[in-house]
Ligand binder design. Structure first.
Ligand SMILES: Cc1cc2nc3c(=O)[nH]c(=O)nc-3n(C[C@H](O)[C@H](O)[C@H](O)COP(=O)(O)OP(=O)(O)OC[C@H]3O[C@@H](n4cnc5c(N)ncnc54)[C@H](O)[C@@H]3O)c2cc1C
Length: 627
């Protein structure tokens, strides 16, 4: 076996991940841990300052309810999420986050985040729930607060450690194992409770950007389904694994469109100039009641554009020039003021990208795009798993303790595995948390996990034979390479192993062609999904044959395996749900209609670690009375 030193770390609470939700968990848990003499350890695969989906920064906070200013109520937010997810949301979880999210945003401001204000000192809104920020350093600010809180409570932060598997004692989670991405070290974390905040998943499907553009995506390339893998492998129940997210973004560099739609009031059009939201409005009747209420769900907006593309009316464009001209129009009688306004709008347009998707600004520059003069192409991206945004996949977690919810079995955000909590993209059916809501959910879970430790925490019993077996399995890719590389002339082509990149292409091809990816125009069917599962089972056989020359490839190999597991749960959940509920995200061509009578429910699944079998379940949807 490859020679890796084993490092053991013992703690009370272990937080795996270092993004928005994990930082929320670390900040809050540290406060309660310090009061109670407990230890918190946080582990991130990357460097906390620039890890996760907010690494490049953001230009808006997407969840601010504005309760103190009487802008909205928490109930308004519940209705919004219910509408956007076509009726499928855990309203108890959405409620719990929405009632606390404003306080999180106020903390962000206190920690130094610049939130735009108008002349009256009120936050500048991009849309109803979104507020504008100077967010290039958003992640650094939130990470600093988490680091400070950890340090004050005597906690520890491990960076550049890739978490692979959970450690279980029966149904209780007692830690995690992983490896350093920089040194030959294998880590064993032993804990009384674990919070999972390792984000969602990208590159499960073949991306639009292949060849020289490979790796580019809307979702950050560093999140590979580690949260889902961790909770599935712990035997925890999962929910909404069929609910992927497909954003429509500026084509090829995935630049954000929120500011264009919401702030600039821009239109999206077909190549022939038709506004698909207007011309295809009748289609929305088929998706009533959600198609007929406002705001129109994101998947249905996607769908109307996709119908244009199917009809040969592509490419689609964002009317940037028209939007800018329209806003500047009110200054038309004053040439100087008009010029000034145009300059201001132009710089806002570029700044929106520079704040969060720098590559889009570079692409625009390289293509000589002047947004004030010419419209720009948009397209539906490949599918992603991001339960905190407009997707919904993640673990099935317990509801708030002070609420009479049917989904409660203990502590807030605890999964069905004891002592294992999930947050952010890791917890399902509570979409539209975004950065602020994910941090809030982390805070809720961090506090609940400390309460769990105080009331039920036990010294973790870790089976060291299992740890050794995991170490051997996790390091296998390095061993396979050493043992076999000399057998062939090309180190990348070998009958004894498969390189991580080749494995990734195979996974992406299956998902793309059978599970409704870009080249399948986001359509699938029972027969396609069943064939996809068949191919997936063969792929699974080869997962343990991935080989790695170095730590970099070892990371890639395990990212792939984690992606493969979320992919399988996705296919199984789409297969189980015999209807089409989210056209625009995926379309089951053999069951093309929404079927409320049979399928207005959650689809849950669980992999049994004892038998290796999957169980698929329907769970009732509970609406908060009166909302
Ligand atoms: C392109 C894009 C644009 C967005 N725009 C907005 C916006 O404008 N406004 C807004 O409010 N929200 C926005 N969001 C949503 C917001 O970024 C997410 O909701 C939020 O980051 C989710 O938090 P998280 O903790 O679940 O995941 P992340 O913040 O992504 O954090 C995941 C963490 O897990 C770590 N990790 C991953 N795998 C492992 C592993 N195996 N071991 C250890 N650590 C691991 C990562 O390094 C990272 O630290 C956007 C998201 C994306 C992708």
């Amino acid at each position: 076996m490859a020679n890796f030193e084993t490092v053991e770390v013992s703690t009370d609470l272990l937080i795996v991940g270092g993004g928005f939700s994990a930082c929320g968990a670390a900040t809050e848990a540290s406060y309660w841990a310090k009061k109670n003499g407990l230890k918190v350890v946080m582990v991130d695969k990357a460097a906390l300052d620039r890890s996760g989906a907010v690494a490049m920064g953001l230009s808006a906070i997407n969840q601010y309810v504005g309760v103190k200013d009487g802008e909205n109520t928490v109930e308004d937010y519940i209705r919004y999420v219910r509408q956007d997810l076509m009726g499928v949301s855990r309203e108890d979880l959405v409620y719990n986050i929405a009632r606390h999210v404003d306080s999180t945003v106020h903390l962000f401001e206190k920690w130094g985040l610049k939130i735009w204000k108008d002349e009256e000192g009120k936050y500048v809104h991009e849309g109803r729930w979104q507020i504008m920020i100077n967010g290039e350093s958003y992640k650094i600010i939130i990470a600093e607060a988490a680091k400070n809180a950890l340090a004050e409570a005597g906690g520890e932060l491990y960076e550049r450690v890739f978490i692979v598997d959970p450690l279980m004692d029966g149904n209780r989670c007692v830690g995690a194992v992983g490896f350093s991405t920089r040194e030959n070290k294998f880590y064993v974390f032993k804990a009384k409770a674990v919070v999972v905040g390792m984000g969602g998943a990208v590159h499960v499907f073949r991306p639009r950007s292949v060849g020289e553009g490979f790796g580019r995506s809307w979702y950050p390339p560093f999140n590979s389904g580690s949260s889902a893998y961790f909770t599935i492998r712990a035997g925890a129940e999962m929910t909404c694994q069929e609910v992927r997210f497909i954003p429509v973004r500026f084509k090829d560099a995935y630049g954000p469109v929120g500011a264009w739609f919401l702030l600039f009031k821009s239109r999206a059009i077909s190549a022939e100039g038709g506004d698909y939201m207007v011309e295809r409005v009748d289609e929305l009747q088929n998706w009533a009641p959600y198609g007929l209420a406002k705001p129109i769900p994101a998947n249905l907006r996607n769908y109307l554009g996709m119908l244009d593309v199917d009809a040969g009316l592509g490419p689609l464009y964002m009317e940037t020039d028209e939007a800018i001209q329209k806003i500047a129009h009110e200054f038309k009688d004053d040439p100087k003021a008009f010029k000034r306004k145009m300059k201001e709008l132009e710089s806002e347009a570029w700044e929106d990208f520079l704040d969060m998707t720098i590559s889009q600004a570079i692409l625009w520059a390289s293509l000589n795009v002047k947004p004030e003069e010419k419209h720009s192409e948009i397209a539906a991206c490949e599918p992603y798993f991001i339960g905190s945004h407009s997707g919904a996949s993640g673990a099935w977690v317990s509801g708030p303790e002070d609420m009479d919810t049917p989904y409660k079995w203990g502590y807030a955000n605890m999964t069905t595995a004891d002592g294992l909590f999930a947050v952010g993209d890791g917890s399902g059916a509570s979409s539209h948390k975004f950065s602020s809501g994910s941090h809030t959910e982390g805070r809720i879970a961090g506090k609940a996990a400390i309460k769990y430790i105080l009331e039920k925490g036990q010294e973790p019993t870790v089976d060291m034979a299992r740890v050794e077996a995991l170490k051997k399995e996790i390091l296998t890719p390095m061993d396979l390479m050493v043992e076999n590389k000399g057998k062939m002339t090309d180190p990348e082509i070998n009958t004894a192993y498969i390189m991580p990149r080749q494995f990734l292409h195979r996974l992406q091809k299956i998902m793309d062609e059978y599970a409704g990816g870009v080249t399948a125009a986001f359509k699938t069917s029972k027969a396609l999904l069943e064939r996809g599962l068949e191919l997936m089972s063969l792929l699974k056989e080869d997962a343990g044959k991935q080989a790695a020359r170095d730590l970099h490839e070892l990371t890639r190999a395990w990212e792939n395996t984690q992606r493969m597991w979320i992919a399988e749960s996705h296919i199984r959940s789409m297969l189980f749900r015999e209807e089409t509920r989210w056209p625009g995200y995926y379309f089951r061509a053999d069951t093309p209609k929404m079927d409320d009578e049979n399928w207005l429910c959650f689809v849950n699944c669980r992999w049994d670690p004892g038998t290796g079998e999957w169980e698929m379940m329907k769970k009732d949807i509970w609406n908060i009375p009166g909302v």
